[in-house]
Design a protein around this ligand. Sequence first.
Ligand code: PLP
Length: 455
Amino acid sequence: MDKIWSSDDILESGLLHRSLKVAPYMAKNASGSYIYLQDGTEILDGCGGAAVISVGHSNPEVIEAVTEQLKTITYVHTAEYTTAVSEELANLLLESYKGKVAKVYFVNSGSEANEAAIKMSLQYFYEQGKTEKTHFISRKQSYHGNCLGGMSLSGHVVRREPFEGIISSNFHQVSPANEYRFKNSGESTADYVKRLASELEEEILKIGPEKVACFFAETIVGATTACLPAPEGYFKAIQAVCQKYDVLLALDEIMCGSGRTGTFFAWEAEGIVPDITTAGKALSGGYSPLSAVFLAQKFVDVLGAGSNSFNCGHTYQSFALSSAAGLSVQKIIRRDGFLQNVVEMGKYLEYSLKQALSSSKVVGNIRGRGLFWGIEFVSSRATKHPIGATIHFGYMVQRAIFEEGVAVYPGFGTVDGHSGDHILIAPPFNVTKQQIDRIVAATSKGISKIESSLF
Ligand code: PLP
């Protein structure tokens, strides 16, 4: 495999999901950290698709748990029933967070979880008679899902562009928290954070605090900005503003959560507890669709004194088969010390990437936490200029790395002085040192191949 993909090839194969013209690779089977194609090619899965795979592919224990669940009970409607497996999963997830998180609600995808979070925010205020609180603030260069609520929150221009016509004016956006791109020269991190918190406060005041329901952000930004953690103190400052104006804080951890950064919630490293957290992907690790909405006690109190139920029901919510997959995955992560491996291998991945790519002229920034790392490409390290929207550099690099037998996740942001092209690396939580060496070697080789073919 030594084809170098051109920009035209990339466009032909489709920038977002399935291309109408180019057939995707046929994946035949997968095991541990590897995917095998129909022709026998072995691919080391360095990104778990879109950061989904947590305990590896085809884990026999998870397969057994899901198979047993199939034989026992798969479906009941949650208006009338629950199942032992869904209750056990909820208790397992909540037990370490007593006093911080009171309830969890299971749905099927990240998009559904964020829709539920939007609706829960609205219902929370509606039941208090604060019916004007129907506005949301999120950040530019964010992604919160494919359905219309999440899409309305999302700041990624290309992903929302075709649907802009029906996005409600109740959705507002403030600046992203991106020190690499937007901290002014000479500005301290503390002053940058203050500036961002003031911008949020001004936006709330402009809309009217009595109208703002919720501020929504990814704790560590994933697909749109490549594993970007917030500057130190950002979430504390943002939460203080939210609390001042009775605005809820919802953190989207669909991609960065469920252990990916070394703690179950990525916000544990930020010294705050949000009102709402959404999680998905690594939660059930690719075995059955599962996402979750975690809620603070205040929702139980308000709804408990009012309607007594959440006005949001999906046919397949709390799906027993998905709960069985999630329960098995989460038990393995806890029992086998996978989060410790995420921390240790994360440090090794960071060190190895920084060593291997230190002399690359197109690598502008390497950032992340745990096993969630992003590489942002630039045409000049000094000016930080993006490479250019029409070149699709991130995709070309991703294809070149794939030719080396390693899968990473490509992405692109807005290019007008913003994030530009990048790739994400997010291997399974039980990745080994040798596998990281292979991921880093292929990444380095792929980047230099494209760099030398273009410059
Ligand atoms: N939120 C974030 C931060 C995501 O990364 C994603 C998916 O990539 C979603 C929401 C939507 O999740 P799903 O694709 O499972 O609907």
